[in-house]
Write a protein that binds this ligand. Structure first.
Ligand code: CTP
Length: 416
């Protein structure tokens, strides 16, 4: 279930050319399960019609504070109270200025003044307007009061200029709203995630790999950012898009993945090894392309050392979370790996079960902690599994008495 499921998001559209992109934003919010109520300034209705946004949101659109019919249906105070979050997208220099000083002369600015909900502004305007000190000061003022500012992107602007001022991608705005509505229980954590398969070369054009898609690791990275952590992902070859807010380090071979994991280990406060790292690689990869031979090909494979026990030896207060991809004896094998690798938590999945393991969007997992506690879960989305794993990280941190935490964090600083 998405964070936005059943949440009321009030979208305020102000009058700039980017108003047409609010249609896509409404669609994404509705697809995430949100109840979307749109309000528009009079100028916004010059750029996109209320009917478009009404149709996409399946809710009446408010354009007028004084319209008797609209007031009886969706009074501005009710709109302000019903909102779990308010997002102004696009936010023009004008609406930003009014919100900064508390002017309430239309439906959008009146609701902004009347609400206690969290508010985000996604500015979009000409680059010179965006860089004007007044706009910068107004945005800083809104930010200091707790509003989230979704920075505009750079590029060609509708006014013919190049520069910063394009409305942020609607998917980014949705990610920021999801973050706004999530408990920031991982704030202060630096979470390093490995994800995807590795590729071990046989020759110049062939490699040995596995069926991992990276979906589980990317889901963990996305959820950890949403819950307030700083996140780095060390990815093997994966076609997946980098989750917003996450720093991605691309690798190909197990050696490169493990070396990047080691070099980023000192930055981390928790390492989640979701990658399917190769255990063997061709011992002598050919430089060129191996020619076909009627007698076939024999490959000598060598073992790849597991980095986990070495990292565990210098973990300090860091949390180490591993996965166990099994095809039988799930719990016993996973417990053995938990101990051998020095982990705090292992996420075991039987990759032969339908709806679990590689390539699919769901997983069926058993979480086993170093305290021996084991929890088996039914089939669920990888996004939901990601949150379960992160819940355990948050719970381990919360269980530490404050004094121990302080001592551990100073020890962690010393390790850094
Ligand atoms: N792992 C690792 N380095 C390796 C191999 C695996 O850090 N060279 C990590 C994986 O990312 C995963 C955990 O170890 O978190 C377990 O991986 P898995 O493939 O289930 O087990 P293996 O240790 O490879 O053992 P086996 O192949 O015998 O099941």
């Amino acid at each position: 279930m998405s964070v936005l499921s059943g949440k009321t998001i009030v979208l305020g559209v102000s009058g700039g050319i980017a108003a047409y992109k609010s249609a896509e934003l409404v669609r994404l919010l509705v697809n995430s399960g949100a109840i979307v109520r749109v309000m528009m300034t009079r100028n916004a209705t010059e750029f996109i019609t209320p009917l478009t946004l009404q149709t996409l949101s399946s809710n009446p659109v408010a354009t007028d504070t004084f319209s008797l019919t609209q007031e009886s249906e969706i009074g501005h105070i009710r709109l302000a109270d019903a909102a779990d979050a308010i997002v102004i997208a696009p936010a023009t220099a004008d609406v930003i200025a009014k919100a900064a000083v508390g002017i309430a002369d239309d439906i959008v600015t009146t609701v902004l003044l009347a609400t206690r909900a969290k508010v985000a502004f996604a500015p979009a305007m000409n680059v010179h307007m965006y860089e004007h000190p007044t706009v910068a000061e107004n945005l800083a003022r809104l930010r200091s009061r707790g509003a989230v500012i979704v920075d505009p992107g750079e590029g060609a602007l509708a006014c013919g200029y190049e520069g910063k001022g394009r409305l942020a991608d609607p998917a980014i705005i949705v990610a920021e709203i999801e973050k706004m509505l999530s408990a920031q229980d991982l704030a202060g954590e630096n979470i390093l995630v490995t994800a995807g398969p590795t590729q071990e070369p046989i020759d110049a054009v062939r490699f040995v790999s596995n069926r991992s898609s990276g979906k589980m690791g990317f889901a963990i990275a996305r959820a950890a950012w949403r819950r307030g952590a700083a996140v780095r992902i060390v990815a093997g070859p994966s076609a997946l898009a980098t989750p917003y807010g996450v720093e991605r380090i691309d690798t190909v071979t197990a050696a490169a993945m493990l070396s990047q994991t080691s070099s980023n280990f000192s930055w981390s406060t928790a390492l989640v090894m979701a990658a399917a790292v190769a255990d063997f690689r061709p011992a002598n990869p050919a430089r060129g392309k191996i020619k076909k031979d009627a007698r076939g090909l024999r490959l000598e494979m060598e073992s790849i050392a597991d980095e986990m026990p070495r990292l565990a030896a210098k973990k300090g207060a860091r949390l180490l979370i591993g996965f166990a991809a099994e095809t039988g004896d799930l719990e016993a094998n996973a417990r053995a790996k938990l101990t051998a690798k020095g982990l705090d938590l292992i996420v075991a999945n039987d990759v032969t079960r339908e709806g679990a393991g590689f390539e699919v969007d769901t997983n069926i997992v058993t979480l086993i902690g170093s305290d021996g506690r084991s929890q088996s879960h039914p089939q669920m989305s990888k996004d939901a599994v990601a949150d379960l794993i992160l819940d355990r990280i948050a719970a381990i941190r919360a269980a530490k008495p404050k004094s121990t935490r302080a001592a551990k964090s100073s020890r962690l600083r010393a390790v850094r």
